[in-house]
Design a protein around this ligand. Structure first.
Ligand code: COA
Ligand code: AMP
Ligand code: ZN
Length: 434
């Protein structure tokens, strides 16, 4: 057994896996009780490690939500002293409290193992040259894959997001064989390659893509595979659960194995909050099993998926979840960046020149996913073109700072947005998702 190919763990029989989960769950509850947040929750509900005798008893524990994380900003979820934490990741946003995720050195090492395990599963080896097109900094797809690929022993290129021509130069010159890439960007990159006269099948050594961070269809995966001549594997992660590596498709490409030695997986009805049977779509709820700095119990991801019934032909015993069907909240993902419409509203409302009506349109233009924000002006004349241009620039800059993507902003005269009856529709989804 090596750190990244863990046959005994990946093919462990369900009974032993559940025993391991229960032991780790007890440790998790004990650790969590040391954080200010869970200390209070446990005291209010009289919860201790004795509350949980079997895995089913997990349901006696309350859910944890993104809102709990926001309210605990910045360090209310820390279960170990800050001195023992070595990394902090935070979500975007300056208008409200972002979420913070803390890691100990052991947490980071476990996370690297988890990502390396996923990569090994789809055939990536230490002889591969792995280029990461994810944003670095706070985006966990950056450092998460970086350390995972290095743990596996790949020659790893932290190219980061953007600059497609440079990405392609690296791919060609360095002989890149594997990419971590967001599906919508993979299509864009392929288009740029073709425009540059590069045939990815002949002129590159690419063979494997890890694609994730945003919803995509089976058709989109196949399109990427055909455009570039690679195998593309779906990868799920979220910052609250470390980042990439929570669940990953094996070579069967039929659902994502969710690593149950790292997390307990539940699927609940998003309204009744009751568990739903295998095969039925509901909200994914995850409990961390070996995190030290910030254990999370029954975390409501808001992602909609189901457990795929039956065993996987690859022999791994960890459950498989289906490709995501959407979210149970209003979060939008654009270019791998999470955006809540309220963030847009909060920025717009800071400008006294603007009225209160706005419309966000998500669209695909020339293979690029974009966000158009149309907003009505208040008492501001559209005749003064240069003032209007300056205002547009200023607001766009504020929006970019808040959202981390650049929207197209159109300031329109009062009363020109469609009149809406009842609850205003603020977001239109017109993106092409195959
Ligand atoms: N990943 C990498 N590069 C991307 C991208 C993506 N998801 N989406 C767009 N790009 C490229 C664009 O093609 C463009 O490069 P090019 O003109 O040389 O082709 C460049 O990034 C800028 O794109 P643009 O749309 O003008 O910028 P923006 O300001 O709206 O967005 C990004 C800026 C792309 C840098 C930002 O959206 C980002 O960092 N995305 C990646 C997020 C991520 O890694 N998430 C993973 C979480 S696990
Ligand atoms: P972040 O915390 O920025 O990594 O974003 C996490 C969110 O991205 C998840 O909760 C999902 O909504 C989305 N996401 C991540 N991976 C995938 C994937 N493979 N398919 C669909 N959505 C994904
Ligand atoms: Zn499998």
């Amino acid at each position: 057994m090596t750190e990244y190919w863990q046959e005994e763990l990946e093919t462990i029989n369900r009974k032993d896996l559940e025993k391991l989960q229960l032991t780790r769950l007890w440790q998790t509850i004990e650790r969590a009780a040391k954080s200010p947040f869970y200390q209070k929750v446990f005291a209010e509900r009289n919860i201790s490690v004795d509350t949980v005798r079997t895995l089913e008893d997990l349901q006696k524990l309350p859910f944890t939500t993104k809102d709990d994380l926001r309210k605990s900003y910045p360090y209310g979820m820390a279960a170990i002293p800050l001195k023992e934490c070595v990394r902090l990741h935070s979500s975007s946003g300056t208008t409200g409290n972002p979420t913070v995720v803390l890691h100990s050195a052991k947490d980071l090492s476990e996370w690297a193992n988890q990502v390396a395990r996923c990569m090994y599963m789809v055939g990536i080896r230490d002889t591969d040259i792995f280029q990461n097109t994810s944003g670095y900094g706070m985006f966990t797809g950056g450092l998460g894959f970086q350390y995972g690929a290095e743990r596996l022993g790949c020659l790893t290129i932290p190219a980061a997001a953007g600059n497609s021509k440079r990405q392609i130069k690296f791919i060609v010159d360095f002989g890149t064989t594997c990419l971590h890439i967001i599906p919508s960007y993979a299509v864009r990159l392929a288009e740029v390659m073709y425009a540059e006269g590069i045939d990815p099948r002949k002129d590159t050594k690419l063979h494997t893509f890890c694609i994730g961070a945003e919803p995509h269809s089976e058709e989109q995966r196949q399109r990427i595979e055909q455009m570039i001549g690679v195998k593309a594997y779906n990868c799920f992660g979220m910052s609250e659960m470390n980042g990439p590596g929570v669940a990953f498709e094996c070579k069967e490409q039929n659902g994502l194995h969710i690593w149950e030695d790292y997390t307990i997986v539940e699927i609940i009805h998003p309204e009744t909050l009751e568990p739903v049977p295998e095969g039925e779509v509901g909200e994914l709820v995850l409990t961390t099993l070996n995190r030290e700095a910030m254990p999370l119990i029954r975390y409501r991801t808001r992602d909609l998926t189901c457990i795929l019934p039956g065993e996987c032909r690859c022999g791994r015993t960890h459950k498989r979840i289906a490709r995501f069907k959407g979210r149970s909240d209003d979060m939008i993902i654009l270019k791998g960046v999470n955006i809540f419409p309220i963030q847009v509203e909060e920025v717009l409302m800071q400008f006294k020149e603007l009225g209160s009506d706005y419309l966000i349109t998500m669209e695909t233009i020339d293979n690029n996913d974009e966000m158009l924000i149309e907003v009505e002006l208040g008492d501001f004349s559209t005749d003064d073109y240069s003032r209007l241009q300056n205002l547009t620039k200023t607001i766009t800059r504020h929006l970019k700072d808040e959202l981390l993507i650049t929207p197209r902003l159109k300031l329109v005269s009062k009363g020109s947005l469609p009149v809406q009856e009842g609850k205003a529709v603020r977001v239109r989804e017109l993106r092409i998702k195959n």
